[in-house]
Design a protein around this ligand. Structure first.
Ligand SMILES: *[C@@H]1O[C@H](CO)[C@@H](O)[C@H](O)[C@H]1NC(C)=O
Ligand SMILES: *[C@@H]1O[C@H](CO)[C@@H](O)[C@H](O)[C@H]1NC(C)=O
Ligand SMILES: *[C@@H]1O[C@H](CO)[C@@H](O)[C@H](O)[C@H]1NC(C)=O
Ligand SMILES: *[C@@H]1O[C@H](CO)[C@@H](O)[C@H](O)[C@H]1NC(C)=O
Ligand SMILES: *[C@@H]1O[C@H](CO)[C@@H](O)[C@H](O)[C@H]1NC(C)=O
Ligand SMILES: CC(=O)N[C@H]1CO[C@H](CO)[C@@H](O)[C@@H]1O
Length: 820
């Protein structure tokens, strides 16, 4: 179940370490050892040795820190001396450590050395594009993103064209590289590169330094040749498309008349068109190496980016622990050094507890639909039109002249009924399919093998009826195919029954705008609550986290520091720049498309990164937490029908679905009040997680000298981290629980009064004390308490609501969840 990482904390107890390694590998490791007669552990594997921040902090003369810095130097040099070619990355700017090819034995030994926080096998993470690659075979490289053109954006309440342009902020993107020739990365009208930029434009065979410009100011790539060859990176150039798409969405220059062969036509523009882009290529089609991700974080911190955008992560169910999660580790150090880190929540929804990248220092983004749809309708003989959804370039006649058959009626004499209905290979009679359009059943997702089965028998088109047609439009190229619900499929079936010679056609795609309702939370968007393992909960009660890693049981518990995902943003059918030579998504006889349509939380994340960069441009002194707060507290919960935003199941969305709601573009520029989450808040979270104070001081560069873990670092304590949302756990219907929050006045109007309003569910009384905040000046901080009291003795479900501070001009809303 778990990732196969050996996970070793610094420890004095060899016995414990051994236990951990055995339990992580369980029977596999034992078998491995057996087979290799003791030689298995001698095989070199890529390990990450994480040593906190000490070596990176060159300005301090603190004795403890310099001795830790020596630890790093000594350890590294001892490894280099013994194995000259073993070290593949050295982390030294933003934090310290290294990645090296080591035997398990060596890794174990290094884990016990002074200054080492954790040692773990290099994990491979994945891009957060649409649901499933198999599902997307016909779209092949098809994973696209979005544009912020006005068509899309007037969908979401409060989301209008970006006004401020984010000029001179720098967005660093960890992804598959970039296609620098795209018009979206044109630097026309951009001023000189900000002088604080210290990054570089790395060269390779297909990428020269002239590929960088005043828009694309940096490009790096990370090559770690591994024997399995799954991830090969030798250039900053994008050969996948994902990185170019994400970069264009975050900060693309406006390009008019962008489209995918006429589909989704409009102006493609990034969320922060004035921002600069720095690409850190850490992924290829095979995935993204943790050791490369850490190297990119290390460089980006030194290069001087303002925002980091990561549309990638682990699969849900395989979330690594904090100490072996390269994104959590890298992000911690980036945030500590003033960089806002925005990550996708993952595409493993809609089950609860699927969100990844949920550490409380990360801004985690889920996906919603926009008000644009791609309709490819079915026309039946007699003129009835049944709505379908697809991107296709069908060349069929517009009138229904093609014979229509339900796949089941073409079943082979000895064939299986289910196989025939699902248009599986070898299940249908060729003479019954030839020349016809075939109605096929499908599960939630159609498969390309179904199309292959129909075309191989001479079928000319496919209509899929599926359980949940969802909202993601699949791309079928010139093949006439469309997707509709079983309910609409009934209409087609009745028609077939009603006539001797049923006929139909599949119409080419029409782009529909002003589609309602929008936004809605899309089915694939990963949901909260952020889960952790039981280990973590237990760890808070005992001194060392080591003991708990022995247990593999994993149950989910609310990440009580905050609600995750934090926010939602457009992530369905998004048009954005593509690599220029991808013939796999080209229509026959046409040049490859320059823009492509993709879906995923990968596409949502850069929308928020762009907005964060814009907020930063307007408020250069704001911390990452102030920027995050501005984005969270100004989210919208209403769709374009004026109703509460709903989910794919047509139920009202909760914070577990979309966090605070749909991001707005203008709200974050005028938040009124912000919640600043300080380093100490994060360190308290680490205490809760199970780290002790000496480990925490190794990890954190800015830990105050006098920092100590609270005596009782329980869930209630952690609910008090100064986060812009509130999460209460273990609410039992008997005792009240209360939390404290601190808000900073950033309204800029001097004296100002805010009044609290509460939206509480039945079963809960929520009181805000005081219910008025009277600020006498800008940047003043005031505290308040929220007391949650039960009104029923046995609440059965988690309860949701919000606390909002308002005055005539501002609305500062914090969602809450009470977990029972
Ligand atoms: C902190 O934990 C580490 C690893 O378990 C241990 O070696 C160290 O002695 C602990 N320090 C304190 C102050 O408890
Ligand atoms: C179509 O006819 C078949 C066989 O007569 C029957 O089983 C089926 O229920 C009918 N379907 C509809 C939608 O009328
Ligand atoms: C596109 O061009 C790049 C760089 O020249 C090359 O590495 C890549 O293989 C090409 N991709 C395709 C699909 O032709
Ligand atoms: C969704 O729910 C609303 C309100 O309950 C209802 O009016 C609407 O028809 C539903 N839509 C669908 C597609 O079921
Ligand atoms: C909330 O909790 C704090 C700390 O436990 C306590 O001092 C305070 O009196 C409580 N406030 C209310 C209104 O219960
Ligand atoms: C929306 C859109 O561009 N639809 C196209 C689908 O394919 C047909 C045939 O290629 C075009 O004519 C449509 O414009």
């Amino acid at each position: 179940m778990r990732m196969k990482n050996i996970f070793v904390f610094m420890s004095s107890g060899t016995f414990l370490l051994l236990l951990i390694i055995i339990s992580f590998h369980g029977p596999t490791k034992a078998a491995d050892d057996h087979q290799n007669a003791g030689r298995g552990s001698r095989r070199d594997r890529l390990y990450i040795v994480y040593m906190g921040s000490a070596a990176a902090s060159s300005t301090t003369s603190d004795d403890d820190i310099s001795s830790l810095r020596d630890d790093h130097a000594q350890l590294l040099s001892s490894v280099v001396t013994r194995k000259p070619n073993a070290v593949v990355h050295t982390y030294k700017h933003g934090f310290s450590g290294f990645a090296a090819r080591l035997t398990d034995e060596e890794a174990r030994s290094i884990a016990s050395k002074p200054g080492v926080v954790s040692v773990f096998l290099d994990p491979i993470l994945k891009l957060h594009t649409t649901h499933s690659w198999d599902f997307l075979k016909y779209q092949t490289a098809l994973k696209i993103d979005s544009n912020l053109n006005s068509n899309n954006y007037d969908a979401a309440d409060g989301v209008s064209l970006v006004t401020a342009d984010g000029s001179d902020t720098i967005i660093g993107i960890l992804d598959t590289g970039i296609w620098p020739e795209s018009e979206s990365f044109n630097d026309q009208d951009m001023g000189p590169i900000p002088s604080r930029w210290k990054g570089t434009c790395m060269k390779s065979d297909d990428f020269s330094s002239s590929n960088c410009n005043r828009k694309l100011i940096g490009a790096r790539f990370y090559s770690t040749p591994e024997s399995d060859g799954t991830i090969e990176i030798d250039s900053p150039r994008d050969t996948v498309g994902h990185g170019s798409h994400v970069a264009g969405t975050a900060a693309g220059t406006p390009v008019s008349d962008a489209s995918y062969y006429g589909v989704a036509a409009g102006t493609a523009i990034g969320g922060s068109p004035g921002s600069r882009i720095a690409m850190y290529k850490v992924c290829s089609e095979g995935g993204c190496r943790g050791s490369d991700i850490l190297a990119a974080f290390d460089d980006a911190i030194a290069d001087g980016v303002d925002v980091l955008s990561l549309s990638l992560g682990s699969a849900s169910g395989f979330q690594p622990e904090l100490s072996n999660d390269p994104i959590a580790i890298g992000a911690f150090h980036a945030v500590e050094q003033g960089i806002t880190v925005v990550c996708s929540a993952g595409n493993d929804g809609p089950d609860p507890g699927t969100v990844v990248n949920a550490a409380p220092w990360i801004l985690t983004v889920g996906a919603t639909t926009i008000d644009r749809d791609f309709e490819s309708d079915v026309v039946l003989g007699g003129g009835t039109v049944v709505k379908g959804r697809a991107i296709n370039f069908s060349k069929l006649e517009k009138s229904p002249v093609y014979p229509l058959i339900y796949a089941l009626s073409a079943r082979k004499a000895d064939g299986n009924e289910h196989s025939a209905r699902y248009c599986e290979e070898d299940s249908m009679e060729a003479e019954k399919i030839k020349g016809k359009i075939v109605l096929c059943d499908s599960g939630d997702y159609w498969r390309s093998s179904q199309i292959d089965a129909v075309t191989s028998l001479g079928g000319v088109g496919v209509i899929f009826q599926v359980e949940n047609p969802g909202v993601v439009a699949s791309t079928y190229g010139e093949f006439p195919a469309t997707v509709l619900s079983f309910k609409d499929g009934q209409e087609i079936l009745s028609y077939i029954n009603s006539t001797r010679n049923p006929v139909t056609t599949v119409q080419p795609t029409v782009t529909v705008t002003k589609y309602k309702p929008a936004p809605t939370v899309v089915y694939f968007s990963a949901r909260g609550p952020a889960s952790g393992t039981r280990n973590i909960l237990k760890a808070s009660k005992l001194a060392s986290p080591l003991r708990f890693l022995i247990s593999q049981e994993s149950t989910h518990f609310p990440n009580v520091a905050c609600l995750q995902p934090d926010i939602a943003a457009p992530g369905v059918n998004i048009l954005a720049p593509w690599i220029g030579n991808d013939s796999s998504v080209a229509l026959e006889g046409k040049d490859p498309p320059l823009y492509n349509v993709l879906s995923g939380t990968s596409m949502s994340c850069p929308h928020v990164s762009g907005i964060a960069a814009t907020v930063k441009a307007q408020n250069p002194a704001w911390s990452p937490s102030a920027i995050r707060s501005a984005i969270i507290t100004t989210a919208s919960q209403t769709d374009n029908l004026g109703a509460p935003i709903s989910t794919d199941k047509n139920s009202t969305a909760t914070p577990y679905d979309y966090g605070a709601g749909e991001v707005t573009t203008t709200g974050p520029l005028q938040p009124g009040l912000v919640y600043e989450t300080g380093t100490v808040d994060y360190l308290n979270y680490l205490c809760y997680y199970g780290y002790n104070v000496s480990q925490i001081k190794t990890i954190s560069k800015t830990a105050p000298k006098e920092f100590a873990c609270p005596k009782d670092s329980n869930a209630d304590y952690i609910s008090n981290i100064n986060y812009p949302s509130i999460a209460i756990s273990n609410f039992n219907g008997k005792a009240s629980k209360n939390v404290t929050r601190t808000v900073t006045n950033v309204a800029g109007d001097g004296e100002i009064i805010f009044t609290a309003t509460v939206d509480a569910p039945s079963g809960l009384t929520v009181k805000v004390i005081p219910d008025k905040l009277h600020f006498s000046k800008n940047n003043q901080k005031l505290n308040y308490q929220v007391v949650f009291s039960p009104t029923t003795s046995s609440p059965k479900e988690d309860m949701f609501g919000s606390v909002t501070w308002t005055n005539a001009k501002y609305k500062v809303r914090s969602p809450f969840v009470v977990d029972v």
